[in-house]
Ligand binder design. Structure first.
Ligand code: AQP
Length: 340
């Protein structure tokens, strides 16, 4: 069965790494946007397992997490009848195209500008952020991501704020290849939500919420027990003062909590400020904790309703649908290079 890409809909591509427990930052920054897009576009959502191994993973845990990420997609509302869901390593064209882009389009100067390998390197080895502790794969991650996107003639890439730099690089690589070897690739646009594009850590509002954070107090995992999640909210860092007011500069921790509350409850921030006028941080956090508990309870009922067998079948079907599209693009690229 081949994917019908001949309709007039634009194509959306995005993915998540099975590199840890997914958190509400992943949900609000990326997944919620994907769900909104699936009626309007040809959507392709990938579990990017080759990206996950750019940092050390425990092999049994990785196998488990690949399936869990798909369950999270499904619980978020991605419908496999509408969107294609597949596992990156099932389509060999991704790594083949990444190698070709490494040689024919990417430059060291491009990759040296990327911040992710420096940030992750700094976490492991503060004295040497871009050095000994960073794998070549982590450094090259943005090129593999460009290959993921370009194989499917993608128009739009919905991501959180931290991935914008990588989508911009993808455009550069596409344009450079087209210029040097002839037109093959479509340069994609990035789609970032106005609100929720960078949810910050609960323990440190200057750093983004991250699944590889050293402390679970940093994030609300989508699989956290609702009571545990409520406790994390109550212990979350807040700012000085007591007025519930959105002020990114003076009250970054509260601004983050207000953003989470607003998106989960579907209530405007102005309205939340009004509701909590004169009530203080404690009452505000209680309200948010209740909202989180409600969200997680409903989410987890759906999450737990899918079996591993169902998920494996969805991944097989997705790969079968999408493989011809990827192979067609790869063939065009190889032709341009004279690899026939
Ligand atoms: N804190 C965040 N706020 C909003 N969006 C976020 N995303 C990640 N963190 C936040 C978005 O979630 C999607 C999937 O992320 P990823 O798996 O590609 O990895 P990442 O961007 O590196 O996110 P993490 O959670 O921090 O993972 P680790 O710790 O493994 O690197 C992307 O669209 C991302 O922008």
């Amino acid at each position: 069965m081949e994917l019908d890409m001949k309709n007039n809909k634009a194509t959306v591509f995005s993915g998540v790494q099975p590199s840890g427990v997914l958190h509400i930052g992943n949900y609000l920054g990326a997944l919620a946007q994907w769900v909104e897009m699936q009626n309007q576009y040809n959507c392709i959502f990938c579990v990017v397992d080759y990206h996950a191994i750019t940092v050390k993973q425990e092999s049994q845990e990785l196998s488990r997490r690949i399936l869990d990420v798909v369950k999270i997609y499904l619980a978020s509302g991605i419908n496999p009848e509408q969107a294609v869901i597949f596992q990156q390593s099932d389509i060999t064209a991704h790594t083949e195209l990444a190698w070709i882009l490494n040689c024919a389009a990417a430059r060291l100067a491009d990759l040296n500008k990327m911040t992710q390998f420096k940030d992750k390197g700094a976490k492991k080895e503060p004295a040497c952020p871009a050095g000994r502790s960073v794998s070549v794969g982590l450094y090259d991650y943005p090129v593999l991501m460009a290959a993921d996107i370009l194989l499917y003639n993608t128009d739009l890439v919905p991501v959180g704020d931290d991935q914008v730099q990588h989508v911009e690089l993808c455009r550069t690589l596409a344009e450079r290849f087209n210029r040097d070897y002839g037109q093959v690739f479509k340069a994609p646009q990035v789609a970032v939500r106005k609100q929720g594009a960078r949810i910050m850590g609960l323990d440190d509002p200057t750093k983004k919420m991250s699944k590889s954070a050293s402390s679970p107090a940093n994030y609300i995992a989508l699989t956290d027990a609702p009571e545990i999640a409520a406790k994390k909210i109550k212990r979350a860092v807040t700012d000085s003062g007591s007025e519930v007011k959105f002020d990114q500069k003076q009250k970054p921790a509260l601004a983050n909590l207000l953003t989470i509350y607003s998106l989960l409850a579907g209530i405007k921030i102005k309205e939340l400020e009004e509701n909590y006028k004169g009530k203080g941080y404690g009452e505000f956090k209680n309200g948010l904790a209740e909202e989180i508990k409600k969200f997680l309870r409903e989410f987890q009922i759906k999450y737990n309703s899918f079996t591993d067998q169902e998920v494996k079948q969805i991944l097989r079907d997705g790969a079968d649908k999408i493989r011809p599209v990827a192979n067609k693009t790869l063939k065009r690229v190889k032709n341009k290079l004279g690899i026939i």
